[in-house]
Design a protein around this ligand. Structure first.
Ligand code: IPE
Ligand code: IPE
Ligand code: MG
Length: 251
């Protein structure tokens, strides 16, 4: 990964002055089908999928991307077999352990979003440690959505906000969209400019519901383990050709 970030990001909101996305979020889908097509168990696909994250991450600084958010496990993914769920959890543990030093060395700041309450103790400890270990990095902000669901996130945010109101620390009349956003897991992140979903499914599956209100979307047929830096670059270039209006009439 190059040491210098070609940032190109303007001050907040001035999107018309720039071309590339500053924050890209990815729904990494299709691991199971990729494995199935090879006559292998689904976990083989998750393993292959995990390997792709590094290449995509390494491509970000050159593309002017400062924030990369990846959907690793949804609040609905617990519905899968116990074998698949525990296989994924052990993959996450191994991935964090193995990649920690590389992430530190490459200037990546890692954050996790989602509800940690249902995750096992060891995994949560590794997540906390990695966040702490990379807290001073600023080249790329990698956010991993783990046991994340958009509705769950809004519900948890509302609960915290309601507690503040009940305690008399927050005036309900002053609550607006910005107030609520401050209680979301993503409170430190800008909204995603571009959301990519692989594997041919054109749905959000509860990912960043609130934050993607004005995101541009790209749905591609490629299964996640086959997703390359070249395809990623192409999608990022497509984004630059789009006209974002945010409800206004272009001048
Ligand atoms: C995405 O791949 C990874 C996770 C949801 C953890 P899938 O496991 O959903 O793969 P498909 O959609 O079944 O092919
Ligand atoms: C979304 O993919 C979740 C992740 C990529 C982690 P799913 O495969 O779980 O979504 P559905 O079930 O097809 O909507
Ligand atoms: Mg899927």
């Amino acid at each position: 990964m190059p040491a210098v970030l070609q940032e190109g990001a303007p001050v907040d909101g001035a999107y018309h002055e720039r071309t590339g996305p500053r924050h890209v979020a990815i729904i990494m889908d299709g691991n199971g089908r990729w494995a199935q097509a090879r006559g292998k168990p689904r976990l083989y696909g998750h393993h292959a999928g995990g390997q792709r994250v590094r290449e995509i991450m390494e491509a970000c600084p050159d593309l002017g991307i400062k924030y990369l958010t990846v959907f690793a496990f949804s609040t609905e993914n617990w519905k899968r077999t116990q074998a698949e769920v525990s296989g994924l959890m052990s993959l996450f543990r191994r991935y964090i352990t193995r990649e920690a030093q590389t992430l530190v060395d490459h200037g990546v700041r890692v954050r996790f979003i989602g509800d940690r309450i249902r995750l096992d103790e060891t995994l949560v400890r590794l997540m906390d440690e990695l966040e702490l270990l990379t807290a001073d990095n600023d080249l790329l902000h990698l956010t991993v959505a783990l046991n994340y669901g958009g509705r769950d996130e809004v519900a948890r945010a509302t609960k915290r906000l309601a507690r503040e109101v009940a305690a008399g620390r927050l005036d309900p009349e002053r609550v607006d969209a910005e107030t609520l956003a401050r209680y979301l897991d993503t409170y430190v992140l800008p909204d995603p400019d571009l959301v990519i979903r692989t594997s041919g499914e054109a749905r959000i599956s509860n990912f960043l519901l609130w934050q993607s209100a004005y995101s541009e979307y790209e749905f591609v047929d490629t299964l996640w383990p086959d997703f390359t830096r070249a395809e990623f670059s192409r999608l990022v270039a497509n984004f630059a050709r789009r006209e974002r209006r945010f409800g206004a009439v272009p001048t």
